[in-house]
Design a protein around this ligand. Structure first.
Ligand SMILES: Nc1ncnc2c1ncn2[C@@H]1O[C@H](COP(=O)(O)OP(=O)(O)O)[C@@H](O)[C@H]1O
Ligand SMILES: O=P(O)(O)OC[C@H](O)CO
Length: 496
């Protein structure tokens, strides 16, 4: 038995490879960024080949840095930016177009047409999702409609579709295995999350041939082995797959119904475990599959916020107000409050609970006394207010009052943000010792499949808290501040 599990975390802006030992501790990490393509306003694309080579580079680098022999790796877990869509030629293994990224709005027209035909309820009732460009289904249709000869090839069974997990397993297995897991399939708008099948009716509406779609498997099982030329002569089992947000829920050991986590990365994604039942939302949350493990599928309610950490990157790169994301904390704490300034970062529309594709960012409450510090603080606070929008919807839909919120992702290192988050939610916020919970979740899923860990309970015991942020704001002040946010959102959405 190898001594380590290797997690491959393929995110929106970078790829990572992280080695974990039996105690769930990190023994090595490697990271590589790759190019973002913005062919038109609101469009975001990646080069799937570059994603693949970045993963190969990370694997080589992490083994070298940690001084671990490839043969010491007991299994590989894959976790990925979800919904991002790759289509490639079955014969050559080459993508026929750039991958269309989850953030991309280029299929808004297709979605609008389907909404106009009254299909939203049908898609929602089967997939738990909404007709929004965010999800893979309309991205597949867009590629088939726009790439010359693609539809004909697809109809002849010559093209394959995959989310990034599928693409990576395909490449690592030397083009032999075409699979995905329940959690990724549940983000495609083509998968019935209740009968656990690709849905013929939805595929017909979207005009997508079923022959393109991968086989859907559990999130923890051996799908394939690496071909020796991609893993230094070793055939290592690829034994775990989950979308990154579901992997984070697993890595945070949110195994009980009612437990929730929020990840603060490029966007912010809050998921609550709802057990063996998919809870239907009345408030713009998504019903999604958390994972399939040991023959049992569990569900989650999800709130998706499109712009979170990327608003801080915008302060750095676009507004040039800060040198690093970290510096945002120092500026924000130089002032007592924003003095009534609200920033609504609707740069690519708004997700949960508004689902407003056309909204764009706005700032309110500026005075002659407003400074850069207020502006930066208002931007950080917007992450916390958006999270409150999501949690309010989640509490109402699930009927569950959260006892505490587990957090992870790049921005949770910001203590000011975490304290303000707890204050605005009125709920304690728990930050774990291992912040790489997404990778940890993928490692856990793979480790369970190859008996590196024996059961979920063993994993739950490994979860360690770094710090709890306890709410410390008077109820009246909390609601006053939050009402200001709601007014700002309303005004933002009215301005079109
Ligand atoms: N100290 C900080 N304060 C606020 N935001 C931060 C801080 N450190 C990192 N971030 C933000 O976190 C994001 C990176 O987090 P990460 O989890 O790596 O994201 P992703 O996986 O989506 O690429 C960036 O958008 C960055 O702006
Ligand atoms: O790559 P991340 O961490 O920004 O996550 C992206 C989400 O999976 C999109 O649904």
């Amino acid at each position: 038995m190898g001594k380590y599990i290797l997690a491959l975390d393929q995110g929106t802006t970078s790829s990572r490879a992280i080695l974990f030992n039996k105690e769930g501790e990190i023994v090595g990490t490697a990271q590589q960024e790759f190019e973002q393509f913005f062919p038109k306003p609101g469009w975001v694309e990646h080069d799937a080949n570059e994603i693949w080579t970045s993963i190969l580079a990370c694997i080589a680098s992490v083994l070298r840095k940690a001084d671990v022999e490839p043969g010491e790796v007991a299994g590989i877990g894959i976790t990925n930016q979800r919904e991002t869509t790759v289509i490639w030629d079955k014969n050559t293994g080459k993508p026929i177009h750039h991958a269309i990224v989850w953030q991309s709005r280029q299929t808004e027209d297709i979605c609008q047409e389907l909404r106009d035909k009254g299909y939203n309820e049908l898609f929602n009732s089967k997939t738990g999702l909404l007709l929004d460009p965010y999800f893979s289904g309309t991205k597949v249709k867009w590629i088939l409609d726009h790439v010359e000869g693609a539809r004909e090839k697809a109809n002849n069974g010559e093209l394959l579709f995959g989310t990034i997990d599928t693409w990576l397993v395909y490449k690592l297995s030397g083009g032999k295995v075409h699979v995905t897991d329940y959690s990724n399939a549940s983000r495609t708008l083509m998968f019935n999350i209740y009968d656990l099948q690709w849905d013929d009716e939805l595929l017909e509406i979207l005009d997508i041939p079923k022959s393109m779609l991968p086989e859907v498997r559990q999130s923890s099982e051996v799908y394939a082995h690496t071909v020796d030329y991609h893993f230094f002569g070793y055939n290592v089992p690829i034994a775990g797959i989950a979308g990154d947000q579901q992997a984070a829920l697993f890595g945070q050991a949110c195994f009980e119904k009612g437990m929730a986590k929020n990840t603060y990365g490029t966007g912010c994604f809050m998921l609550m475990n709802t057990g063996s039942e998919g809870v239907k939302s009345e408030r713009g949350l998504l019903t999604t599959i958390a994972w399939g493990v040991d023959g049992k599928v569990e569900y989650a309610l999800e709130g998706s916020i499109f712009v979170a950490g990327s608003a801080i990157q915008w302060l750095r790169d676009g507004m040039r107000m800060i040198d690093s994301a970290k510096a945002s904390e120092e500026y924000a704490t130089k002032v007592e409050s924003t003095e009534g300034v609200y920033m609504v970062p609707a740069f690519v529309g708004m997700g949960t609970p508004y689902w407003d594709s056309d909204a764009r960012g706005a700032v309110f409450g500026l005075t002659r006394g407003t400074t850069k510090e207020h502006f930066i603080r208002a931007t950080l606070e917007s992450l916390a207010y958006q999270t409150r929008d999501v949690l309010d919807a989640m509490t109402a839909d699930s009927g569950i009052d959260l006892k505490s919120l587990r957090v992870d992702g790049g921005a949770v290192q910001n203590d000011f943000l975490m304290q303000f988050q707890s204050d605005i939610l009125g709920v304690p916020v728990d930050r774990p010792v291992v912040n790489e919970t997404t990778a940890l979740g993928a490692a856990f899923l793979a480790g369970l499949a190859v008996d590196f860990w024996s059961e979920k309970e063993e994993i739950a015991q490994q979860w360690r808290k770094d710090r709890t942020f306890t709410d410390n704001m008077a109820e009246e002040k909390r609601e006053l501040l939050y009402n200001g946010w709601k007014k700002a959102v309303k005004a933002t959405r009215e301005y079109k």
